[in-house]
Every structure is written in structure tokens, then in C-alpha cells.
Design a protein around this ligand. Sequence first.
Ligand SMILES: [Zn+2]
Length: 349
Amino acid sequence: MKFFILLLSVILSMSILDAVAQLPVNLNFNIQSASTSEQVLTVSNRIDTASLPVKIIKGKMDGPVFSIVAGIHGYEYPPIMAVQQIMAEIDPDKLKGTLLIVPVANTTAFFGRTVFYNPADGKNLNRVFPGKPDGTISERLAHLITIQIITRSTVFLDVHAGDAGEDLTDFVCYYDNKNTPEQTDLARRLAEGTGFPLLVTYPFNLAKTEPAEYAFKHATQQGITALSMEAGKLGGVQQRSVQQIKTGIYNILRELDMYASAGKPVPRPVILNRQHYLKSPEKGIFYSDLKSGDTVSKGQKIGMISDVFGKTIADINAEQAGIILYKIGTPPVNKGETILCIGYHCTAK
Ligand SMILES: [Zn+2]
């Protein structure tokens, strides 16, 4: 009998835990105009808990909701540091509309100093959107961001950098979603005005029911104007990239008529509407004298891979001419990994 009572209480407490885990955690979005609010949302399952810090800056006048998310990858610091400055600088009295800012989306990865993956469940948060309300902790966190942030956005911006092993040149990007021409046109206009030297456009051919995996791709799929910025590299905090992100955000705010800032006319970016991903044929140690931002021609030698004893096992040559957007910037390389991504322009439709 005692055993059954014990069993019953275990089952009961598990279902209570489950109920707690299912509780929706909502952002209190209705704050006074010309005010700010800092809130921390949480999601949990039986094993893990994740928190999502959100700062709401509500302007004096009504206007669009512009969401800025940093730290979906917790080891990409320039976006996180740029957003720190933005939060301190914006005066709600001068703002039209609402800024919804997530300063660090993946706090577990950030404080755990893990590259790409959430140490709690080993998942890449930017591969599980739109997330699941009853999934692993990363899937639940993605679902929380989807419901609380993305769906509220007029414009959604997800900011990234080159992670610890990635040598990356700064660029702004959006999906060329032909299904929503108005939103795509606004994304193009905002991206062109950011002041980033390179503008990358990705093709969009995702079915309505297919999981988008990436946060800003999901926003695009839902018909929201969405952009991403990539600035900074190799897990460092490059001040030039921090400033580039800030300038880009202020330029978007000005373009949306949300905030009057002393912006200056920006040069038109170089537009790269195609990407070529060069995959590693081997596992080993990668050598290359090239760096991100370099221009390469087709067939040009990129570098080589040796085994751990130093014997050359593969020569790496460019399969496509263009600009190196990012490449592996540290020695280890695994078979099948992207060694580098080349951006180029194609005039064909
Ligand atoms: Zn990232």
C-alpha cells in the first residue's frame, strides 16, 4: 500500500511539474508610453530552465514594433555589446513606436561560453525555429521567442557574428521572399540603408508548413519584414563591428521614422545575391593564408588540410569566384563542414 501511495504521489508531482512547465510566460507588453520595462521570461521542462531577458522601450508616440535580438548564439559578442549601448542610449521620449530588445537570447550558452550549441540539450537555437512548446529546452526557448517577440514585430532583426572559429566579414542580409513583395521591399530598403558595405540576399523557397529553423527566416515566412546582421568574428569583441551594428540599427530606426538620429548618407552596399558553400573533404588541420572579405577567383588555391601528423591530405581550391563572407578561422576542420562561404552576384533571375 505504502508503495502505491508513494507511486501516486510521484505521478502527481510529475504532472504538477509538467503543468508548471506548460505555463505560458507572457511579456507584459502594455506599459505606459515614454517608459521602459525590463522583464525576464522563463521556460522550463522537467530537466532544464531557460530565461529570456527582454527590454521594452515604448515611445511617446505610436508607431511600429521593431524587435532586436542578440545572443541567439551565446559566443557571438559584438551584437550583445552593441545592444547594451543601444539600450542605454535610446530616449523613449524621442521614440515613435516600440523597441523590443532581447540583449542575450541564449543565456545558458552565453554564461556557459559554448559555441553555437546550448549546453543544456546540445541543440543550436538557430536551427530549431519556430520551436515547440513541449520540446527540449532550446525548442521551448525558440517557441517563446516566436510567440513573445517575433509575432509582435513589425520589423524583426536578428544580430549575429562570426562565432569562436569563424573568420567573418561584416554584412547585412535578408531573404528575397517573392511571396510578400511589400515586406521584402522594406527589408531591402532598410538593409541598403544600414551602412554595411556588403548586402547578402538569400533565396527563399520555403513552404508555408516547413520549419524555417532560423529565427529571421521564420519571421520572413510569417510575412514579417526581417533582417539579420553579421558583424565581428572569432569570438572576439571588435569595436569596429560593434559600431557597425549600432550604426545599422540607428539607420533602420531613422528609415522607419522611429527615431531622429544624426545619421549621414551611407554608400550603397555591394549586393551579393548568391552563396557558394565549400565543404571540407577531410577531417584534419586547415591551413589558409586568405581571410574573410578577400576576393577569390574560380580555381584559386584557398589552402590545404593536413592530418594530425602533418601530412597533406587535401588541397582546397575555390569552386566559385566571389568574396569570402566567412571561413573557418582556426585549425580544426571536420569532414563535410563548410570551410568557407563565398558570396557573389548573379544577374540571372
Ligand atoms: Zn550566430
